[in-house]
Design a protein around this ligand. Structure first.
Ligand SMILES: [Zn+2]
Length: 185
């Protein structure tokens, strides 16, 4: 596989696929894991999601979208790192696999990568690992983000006013993550 330095590989999380992106407007290859696609399919109950799944199938067939599972070694590295940052409990296996894939492509293929995700804990771990990341908001639609404050160790939801304070149970500093977005039309 040849990738040019000025054409970074884009790695998409479930929440990015669910925005319904037209893959044709994106330059370069998009990577994700098979589990992410399973998540998108699992959330299928609207016509909109069926269109998204159809687009994904076309993109896979044209090799615009590549599905790849990272090695166990890379996943273990992510588990270790996420315990250090306190994101371990907040990250699902799908989240960890996706960051592991980003790390593996960056280190083994020596290409530039950008991980697209709206997940605050994933962004947090990416910044620790020097993996470039971005949140993608669809153009032309204004959104208001609803945050949720939680303890990354206990994984308990806290009152929003508690953000930045310490968890009363374990003493870990509370963090926030994107809970929802409200579209303002
Ligand atoms: Zn706690």
């Amino acid at each position: 596989m040849i990738a040019l330095k000025n054409n970074p590989i884009l790695i998409f999380d479930t929440n990015i696929f669910l925005l319904g992106i037209d893959f044709n407007v994106i330059e370069g290859a998009i990577y994700t894991t098979p589990r992410v696609i399973e998540e998108v399919k699992h959330k299928r109950y609207t016509n909109k999601n069926r269109n998204i799944i159809n687009r994904i199938q076309v993109a896979i067939e044209s090799k615009k979208l590549v599905l790849q599972t990272p090695s166990n070694r890379a996943i273990q590295d992510i588990e270790t790192s996420s315990k250090t940052t306190g994101d371990y409990r907040a990250l699902s296996i799908v989240d960890k696999e996706l960051i592991a894939l980003a790390l593996e492509l960056k280190l083994i293929l020596n290409v530039d990568v950008i991980l697209y995700t709206n997940d605050y804990s994933m962004q947090n771990l990416c910044s620790e690992l020097s993996i470039p990341f971005s949140a993608l908001i669809r153009d032309g639609i204004k959104t208001r983000v609803i945050w949720e404050v939680f303890c990354p160790f206990c994984n308990e939801i806290k009152a929003v006013e508690e953000f930045g304070k310490e968890c009363e149970i374990c003493g870990t500093r509370l963090r926030r993550r994107r809970k929802d977005e409200i579209k303002l039309i």
